[in-house]
Write a protein of this length. Structure first.
Length: 119
C-alpha cells in the first residue's frame, strides 16, 4: 500500500491550496479516504473524510465551508481543496485510507505534506 501526498507549501492567509493523494497497492474503491492534520505540539486530527463511492463526506467544524474533499475512483486519487486558509490551518497534512475487505478494516497513512499559512 502506498499513499503519496503532494501540493503542500507556503500560502498567505486567505489563499488556497489543493492537496492530492495518489493511492496504489489496494482496491481504491474499497477504501474510505480521509485527510488528517497535525500541528506542532498538537494531536493529529481529522480534517475531512469521504466514503467509498464519494456519496458522503464529513468535515471538522473548523474547516466546514472552506475545505472540500474529492475522490476519483478511476484515477485512485483523493484531493483536498483548501480555500480561505488561516494561520491555524498550518500543519502537516496526512492522507489516510481505511481499506475494508470482508469484515476487516486496515488503516494506512501517507508520509504527510507540510502546509504553512503565513504572511
Amino acid at each position: 500500500v502506498q499513499l503519496v501526498e503532494s501540493g503542500g507549501g507556503l500560502v498567505q492567509p486567505g489563499g488556497s491550496l489543493r492537496l492530492s493523494c495518489a493511492a496504489s497497492g489496494f482496491t481504491f474503491s474499497r477504501a474510505a479516504m480521509s485527510w488528517y492534520r497535525q500541528a506542532p505540539g498538537k494531536e493529529r486530527e481529522l480534517v475531512a473524510r469521504i466514503n467509498r463511492d464519494g456519496g458522503s463526506t464529513n468535515y471538522a467544524d473548523s474547516v466546514k465551508g472552506r475545505f472540500t474533499i474529492f475522490r476519483d475512483n478511476a484515477k485512485n486519487t483523493v484531493d483536498l481543496q483548501m480555500n480561505s486558509l488561516k494561520p491555524e490551518d498550518t500543519a502537516v497534512y496526512y492522507c489516510c485510507a481505511d481499506v475494508t475487505i470482508l469484515v476487516v478494516t486496515n488503516r494506512y497513512w501517507g508520509q504527510g505534506t507540510q502546509v504553512t499559512v503565513s504572511s
